[in-house]
Design a protein around this ligand. Structure first.
Ligand code: NAP
Length: 253
């Protein structure tokens, strides 16, 4: 028996990095997928892969920083499959490691809208359907930038808020059959580490932040994060609620 057989999962940020690895793993584990991100062509590549694994999948172009888009995404999921069993709030952007000194209001607002507000919008839209079914698993993607506060100011704020919202929702749903947990990835080999992107970071502040974790350990792979997300999504973690799981090779012990 596959671990997500018969489950319906929404995954945001499903066309790249951790979200893509999660979508592909979920497809292999039998879940039907609602794939969301802004770039439709990249989503459709993942949709094709999912269908080749024998599951159903739809791609929904979505800007998760817009509440209206999140509402439409959840509606599209219900229209396609009639229920939602799993929500993975993975879509996110980095903030170029900007210190408070170098983070302007535009960057702050963009990062908070994308990495924090989106999680509120998606949980608020999805929960009523999970409550109707009396079951569901929400997996929010935070970061070691939250547990250690060692990222840019806006990213740290947003990802800490994600942990706070995760625990707050977990209190509300405890004992109802619904669960809400978070994964905190450490440095993971995704496009965030493309040299062109890395060169745009606040080098001085990033260097200060990097002193607060063990850089000698390897980066994780997107599949390492996907495996942790699968654990929270599946019934194997049915007694786990309100938890955060750091996946970083122990870099922040
Ligand atoms: P990635 O490869 O750049 O993927 C980011 C995903 O988010 C893409 O699918 C992107 O698709 C989507 N996205 C970005 N803005 C969006 C928006 N406004 N609306 C909808 N989708 C949007 O990054 P990743 O490294 O896999 O990151 C995935 C998650 O893990 C993020 O929340 C990130 O903060 C977190 N994380 C990553 C690391 C790491 O080292 N990689 C460490 C800790 C936490 P479109 O551009 O097509 O919209």
């Amino acid at each position: 028996m596959k671990r997500l057989e018969g489950k319906i999962a929404i995954i945001t940020g499903a066309n790249s990095g951790i979200g893509k690895a999660t979508a592909e793993l979920f497809a292999r584990e039998g879940a039907d997928l609602v794939l969301a991100a802004r770039r439709l062509d990249k989503l459709q590549e993942v949709e094709k892969y999912a269908k080749e694994q024998g599951v159903r999948a739809v791609s929904v172009p979505t800007d998760v920083s817009r509440s209206e888009d999140c509402r439409k995404l959840v509606e599209a999921a219900i229209q396609a499959f009639g229920r939602i069993d799993i929500l993975v709030n993975n879509a996110g952007i980095d903030d170029k490691g900007m210190s408070i000194t170098n983070c302007d209001h535009d960057l702050w607002n963009k990062v908070i809208a994308t990495d924090q507000d989106s999680v509120y919008y998606m949980m608020k839209e999805t929960l009523p359907y999970m409550e109707k079914n009396g079951s569901g698993s929400i997996v929010n993607i935070s970061s070691i930038g939250a547990t250690r506060s060692n990222a840019g100011i806006s990213y740290t704020a947003a990802k800490m808020a994600v942990i706070g919202m995760t625990k707050n929702v977990a209190i509300q749903v405890a004992g109802t059959g619904i669960r809400c947990n978070a994964v905190c990835p450490g440095p993971t080999e995704t496009p965030i580490f493309d040299p062109a992107n890395a060169a745009t970071f606040d080098q001085e502040f990033s260097e200060l932040c990097a002193r607060h974790f063990d850089r000698s350990l390897p980066r994780t792979q997107p599949e390492d994060q996907a495996n942790a997300i699968l654990f929270f999504a599946s019934d194997e973690s049915k007694a786990v609620n309100g938890e955060t799981l750091v996946v970083d090779h122990g870099a922040t012990i």
